[in-house]
Design a protein around this ligand. Sequence first.
Ligand code: GUN
Length: 283
Amino acid sequence: MTAQLIDGNALARTIRAEVTGRTQALKARGVHPHLSIILVGDDPASQVYTKHKVNDSNETGLSATLERYPADMSEADLLARVKALNVDPKVHGILVQLPLPRHMDSQKVIETISPEKDVDGFHIASAGALMTGAKGFWPCTPYGCMKMLESIGYSLRGKHAVVIGRSNIVGKPMAMMLLAQSATVTICHSATADLGAMTRQADVIVAAVGKRNVLTADMVKPGAVVIDVGMNRNDEGKLCGDVDFEGVREVAGWITPVPGGVGPMTRAMLLVNTLEAAERQSA
Ligand code: GUN
């Protein structure tokens, strides 16, 4: 069997078109959705990511500003800036790019963002909302993964999903989202003993470890849906995921590629959250 691809680029395009339409409707009411992005320091990857976020926003009619601060900015100054954005009615979404310099307490900074503007979905109130089923913001990467499952018409009801990786921004929220769709969920650690014994039972596998070849063909049940959240480099320096794509695609029923899978979906879901924030704040 050769797996069907879930094309993240194509799906992200569709989502961006929907965002563009809803943004136009908001603007017609005089509301101009705005995302404020804060970047502290000059981490090269963060510079690329934040530039993408600004461009993605502008392409869909949202406005975005990138505020850059030196790596030696004090935590107190950053908190003060976040608090100012919290009360600025022109700002609907706030994103503080991570990682922050080591002298800052990232969690404290995130908790300072108003939950109504937490478009990353990293605030403890957002996590709590997801846990309880209340209205909040879902973290963009697992939200994008759910959209990918939805796009292939996959019913999770009664299915077994295995999530590898238990981070607060992907693994744990992913598990909550799958559970809410009536799946049985197992969260594994990359150090889980006999990981293959777990994954071979799975109808859906989400790999979110950040290590190459975490999932190989022998660990996958024929026909399973495989979602690859990883972003790594192979020996040739090319972007690759956590999944041994060439091997696993021969066994899986559906698979997301890297690049062109979860990555563009994460970017698209930030736009959805920002638009949603503007809609809620102007309702
Ligand atoms: N750094 C890497 N990915 C992300 C993200 O999705 N949000 C934030 N705030 N920082 C990141």
